[in-house]
Design a protein around this ligand. Structure first.
Ligand code: NAD
Ligand code: ZN
Ligand code: ZN
Length: 349
């Protein structure tokens, strides 16, 4: 079958032929419905190197995946052939306290997991192929009838990660509050939608691209600001009566956006770092403001993935994406690299 693989660090993805996987005991093979491209794939291709992780290439890319159950291994119960499922992407050991609460992202024994990898598409074979091996049926979440299985793919990361960020900040998203999303691409445009669906907070979106800001407006942002405007921070302050935003989520993570995030956050607000931009920012007694919670997050929990799918099935959130065949996958990567995507790109084999 065809698969899009990372064959060596610091290289472009390649379309290759690989064997169709078979399910061993406890495992499931999916016929892939959709496999999203994430900006993190670009970090994988260009920024990482030998020795940084206990795993490395070659492996099939694609860590936001959905599909139909194609084959189940011995002992797998509760799944039927042809059933549409979403893949919970972070694969932990399955028996530590973090995995127990569905939070494989923070597994206590990550080297006990599959090939010590972070998950499919992140060290072992992912979903950018015709079929995908899922090493444990517990990583599958049923897709509600009302939801297109292709749309479920980007929801497993571009949906789940901002949902986790927004959910952690919900107590601060009171009526009259303000949330700022910096970087409204694949993840950020979903972040805006989750804030809109779960709260009545005013939403400000910041990006360098007018098209991304237009998408944010369509997703429910009340105000959009060009991040490269000299007075970008002043505009946020003005829109918030000088106080700043109660919740700031940085989906970029560069020096510049982290500085903006810290400058825009409110006293006792939340500043959450999601973007893997590699930046840092100076922290002192006065900045970010007093009692502002600063945290970084990684992906979300298994039960939260079910909540994201339920919100989408009700039509309360809708991922924006364009589809590409496996043969067009390298064009999709080029479009992402050039910043030309609207929302997400999803490979539909
Ligand atoms: P994307 O390319 O789809 O979107 C990024 C957006 O940020 C674009 O609209 C771009 O114009 C905008 N942007 C870039 N520089 C900016 C700046 N200086 N100011 C304002 N806007 C700017 O990327 P994505 O797939 O949404 O991923 C976003 C980031 O989140 C990436 O770094 C990715 O690796 C990371 N990520 C983190 C997690 C996690 O668990 N922490 C999960 C998935 C992705
Ligand atoms: Zn990702
Ligand atoms: Zn674990």
């Amino acid at each position: 079958m065809k698969a899009v693989q990372l064959v060596a660090w610091h290289s472009d993805p390649a379309l290759v032929e690989v064997d169709v996987p078979t399910a061993g005991p406890g495992q499931v093979v999916l016929k892939v419905a959709g496999a999203g491209l994430c900006h993190s794939d670009l970090h994988l291709l260009h920024d990482f190197a030998n020795g940084m992780f206990p795993w490395g290439p070659p492996f099939t890319l694609g860590h936001e995946n959905s599909g139909w159950v194609h084959q189940v291994g011995a002992g797998v119960e509760g799944l039927s052939i042809g059933q549409p499922v979403a893949v919970f992407g972070p694969w932990g050991c399955g028996h530590c306290a973090a995995c127990d609460r569905g939070q494989d992202t923070y597994c206590h024994a990550p080297t006990d997991s599959y090939g010590s990898a972070f998950g499919g598409g992140l060290g072992v074979d992912g979903g950018q192929a015709e079929f995908m091996l899922v090493p444990d049926a517990r990583f599958l979440v049923p897709i509600p009838d009302a939801l297109d299985p292709v749309a479920a793919a980007p929801l497993t990361d571009a949906g789940l990660t901002p949902y986790h960020a927004v959910k952690m900040s919900l107590p601060k998203l009171m009526p009259g509050s303000t949330a700022l999303c910096i970087g409204v691409g694949g993840l950020g445009h979903m972040g805006v939608q989750f804030i809109k669906a779960l709260s009545s907070a005013n939403i400000i979106a910041m990006d360098l691209k007018d098209e991304a800001l237009a998408l944010a407006t369509a997703c429910g942002a009340d105000l959009t600001i060009r991040g490269d405007a000299e007075d970008a921070v002043a505009q946020v302050k003005e829109a918030t009566g000088g106080r700043g935003a109660d919740v700031v989520i940085d989906f970029v993570g560069l020096d510049a956006t982290l500085a903006q995030a810290a400058a825009c956050a409110k006293v006792q607000g939340d500043m959450t770092i999601v973007g893997v931009g590699g930046g840092s920012f100076p922290m002192s007694l006065f900045s970010p403001p007093y009692e502002c919670n600063v945290r970084s997050i990684y992906w979300g929990t298994r039960s939260e993935l079910g909540e994201v799918l339920a919100l989408a099935a009700k039509g309360l959130i809708t991922p924006e994406y364009s589809t590409y065949s496996l043969d067009q996958a390298l064009d999709a990567y080029a479009a992402m690299e050039a910043g030309k995507l609207k929302g997400r790109a999803v490979i539909v084999p």
